[in-house]
Ligand binder design. Structure first.
Ligand code: CMC
Length: 428
C-alpha cells in the first residue's frame, strides 16, 4: 500500500477504499465512489464555511496562522512593509516577482495613465443620496465600470485582461475619493499624476483651494504601509467571492464589485469601522470590564479580535500598532488609543480569549490611524478595498490560468420535504 494514501473503511458496508493524499489534502471527488448501493449518489464532505476545505491551489500568499506568518509570493510581510511600496507589492502579487527598475517604471506609468475616470461616472456618483455609505457607492460604481469597458468580457484575451487590471488598480483610489467627497459635499478633485499612488489619493481626498496639494510624508508613508498590509490575504471571504463570481467567466469589474460586497460585512473588512464604533461606545477605560463581561456572555463581539486562520497575533496588527505611534506624533494622539490598549491588555490576560486563541487582527488598530488622519469611519473599509483590489486581481488572474478551472457550484445537504402534491389556494 502506498504511503501517500488514506484508507477509509465504510462501516455501513464494511468496504475499504484507498484514497490518494496530495499536498496534505484528499480530493472530495474521491469520496463519491463510497456508496451503500448502486443508487446511492456517493459520499460528500460537509463544510458550510470552508473551515477545512481548500478551494484552490495558489502561489500568491502563504499564511501560517499558528505561527503568525504572512508572506506574499514568499516575501515576509515585515520585509515588504519595511522596504517596499504598495505599487511594487501589487506588481509582485500580480506577476509573481518583484519588478526590475525598468518593469517598475513601466508598471507605474501604466497605472498613472488610467487614474482619470469617465465624466459620466461622476454623474452617477452624484446620483447617490447625500449620506450614502462610501462602500455602497464604491460597490455600485465599480460594478458599473463593466458598462464602460465592454471588452472586459474578453477575460481569456491577455491584453484585455492586463488593461482591465491596470484600470482597476488606477481607478480605485479615484472612485473611492470621489465617493468620499460626495459624502461630505465637497467638489471632486481630479488626479494629480505627479504625485505617488498614495500621495495622489490624499490629494483627491483632501485638497481644498491650494493650487498644488502637498501630502504629509509621514501620513503618505503610513498609508502606503497600510496598503501593503491589506493587499492580499489568500482565500478570505471577499477573495473567495472574487474567484466564485469570476469562475462563471464574469468580467473583472463585476467580480470585483462582488468582492467589495463581501468585504463590506462587519465580520470581514467592515470590522475596522465596527472597532471605532465599539471604542466610542465603551467611551472610557472604567467601562472596559463591563464590556468584556458582555462579550463573554455572548451578547456582543470584541471587534478587531479573532481570526479564522490566525491563532496567534496577526503579524499585520503588530506592524500597524507600531506605526500608530509615529502617526500620532504627527497628528496628535487619538484618545481612543488608551481604551484600545487597555482593552487589548485585559483581553489577552483573560481565559475566555486565551482559550479561544483570540488576538488582535489587522482591523483592531487601523481605524485609529485612519481616524487620526481625518478620515470618517465610513471610509475605513474603503481604505481596505483599494489595496485589496491588487490581491483580488492576482487571485482572479491565477484562477483563469488554472487548468482545473470550472464554474464554482457547491453541493448541499437537502433536508427539506420529500415529494408532495400541490394543494390549490382555496383548499389550504
Ligand atoms: N469576540 C468574542 N468572541 C469571539 C470573537 C470575538 N471577536 N471571535 C471569535 N469568538 C469566539 C466565538 O464566539 C466562538 O466561541 P465558542 O467556541 O464559545 O462558540 C469562538 O471564538 C470561535 O469563533 P468563530 O466565530 O467560530 O470563529 P470564526 O473563525 O468563524 O470567525 C471571525 C472568525 C474573524 C469572523 C471572528 O473572530 C469575529 O467575528 N471577529 C470579530 C470581527 C473581526 O474583527 N473581523 C475582522 C477579521 S480580520 C480582517 C479580515 O480578514 O477581514
Amino acid at each position: 500500500m502506498a504511503n501517500d494514501t488514506l484508507t477509509i473503511t465504510d462501516n455501513r458496508t464494511g468496504k475499504t477504499y484507498e484514497i490518494p493524499v496530495e499536498n496534505d489534502t484528499i480530493r472530495a471527488m474521491d469520496l463519491r465512489q463510497i456508496r451503500v448501493n448502486e443508487d446511492d449518489f456517493g459520499l460528500m464532505s460537509y463544510d458550510p464555511a470552508f473551515g477545512n476545505t481548500a478551494s484552490c491551489k495558489s502561489k500568491v500568499t502563504f499564511i501560517d496562522g499558528g505561527k503568525g506568518i504572512l508572506r506574499y509570493r514568499g516575501y515576509p510581510i515585515e520585509q515588504l512593509a519595511d522596504n517596499s511600496s504598495f505599487l511594487e507589492v501589487a506588481y509582485l502579487l500580480l506577476y509573481g516577482e518583484l519588478p526590475t527598475k525598468e518593469q517598475y517604471k513601466e508598471w507605474q506609468n501604466g497605472v498613472v495613465h488610467h487614474t482619470i475616470i469617465h465624466e459620466n461616472i461622476k454623474k452617477f456618483i452624484d446620483g447617490f443620496r447625500y449620506d450614502a455609505h462610501p462602500m455602497g457607492m464604491l460597490l455600485g460604481t465599480v460594478g458599473a465600470l463593466s458598462t464602460f469597458y465592454p471588452e472586459a468580457k474578453e477575460i481569456f484575451d491577455e491584453q484585455s485582461r492586463e488593461l482591465q487590471i491596470h484600470r482597476l488598480i488606477a481607478k480605485m483610489p479615484t472612485i473611492a475619493a470621489f465617493c468620499y467627497r460626495h459624502r461630505v459635499g465637497l467638489p471632486y478633485v481630479y488626479p494629480d499624476n505627479d504625485l505617488t499612488y498614495v500621495g495622489n489619493f490624499l490629494n483627491m481626498m483632501f485638497r481644498m483651494t491650494e493650487l498644488k496639494y502637498k501630502p504629509n510624508p509621514v501620513i503618505e508613508k503610513a498609508i502606503d504601509i497600510l496598503f501593503m498590509l491589506h493587499a492580499d490575504h489568500e482565500q478570505n471571504c471577499s477573495t473567495n467571492a472574487m474567484r466564485n463570481v469570476g469562475s462563471s467567466h464574469a468580467d473583472p469589474y463585476s467580480s470585483t464589485a462582488a468582492a467589495i460586497g463581501a468585504l463590506y460585512g462587519p465580520l470581514h473588512g467592515g470590522a475596522n469601522e465596527a472597532v471605532l464604533i465599539m471604542l466610542n461606545q465603551i467611551g472610557s477605560k472604567d467601562k472596559i470590564p463591563a464590556f468584556i463581561k458582555s462579550v463573554k456572555a455572548g451578547e456582543t463581539r470584541l471587534m478587531g479580535f479573532g481570526h479564522r486562520v490566525y491563532k496567534a497575533y496577526d503579524p499585520r496588527a503588530r506592524i500597524i500598532k507600531n506605526k500608530a505611534h509615529e502617526v500620532f506624533e504627527e497628528t496628535g494622539r487619538n484618545p481612543l488609543l488608551d481604551i484600545a490598549l487597555e482593552l487589548e491588555k485585559i483581553a489577552l490576560e483573560d481565559d475566555y480569549f486565551i482559550k479561544r486563541r483570540l488576538y488582535p487582527n489587522v482591523d483592531f488598530y487601523s481605524g485609529l490611524i485612519y481616524q487620526s488622519m481625518g478620515l470618517h469611519p465610513s471610509m475605513f473599509t474603503v481604505m481596505f478595498a483599494i489595496p485589496r483590489t491588487a490581491g483580488w486581481l492576482a487571485q482572479w488572474k491565477e484562477m483563469l490560468s488554472d487548468d482545473e478551472l470550472k464554474i464554482a457550484r457547491p453541493r448541499q445537504v437537502y433536508l427539506g420535504a420529500g415529494e408532495r402534491d400541490y394543494v390549490p389556494l382555496d383548499d389550504r
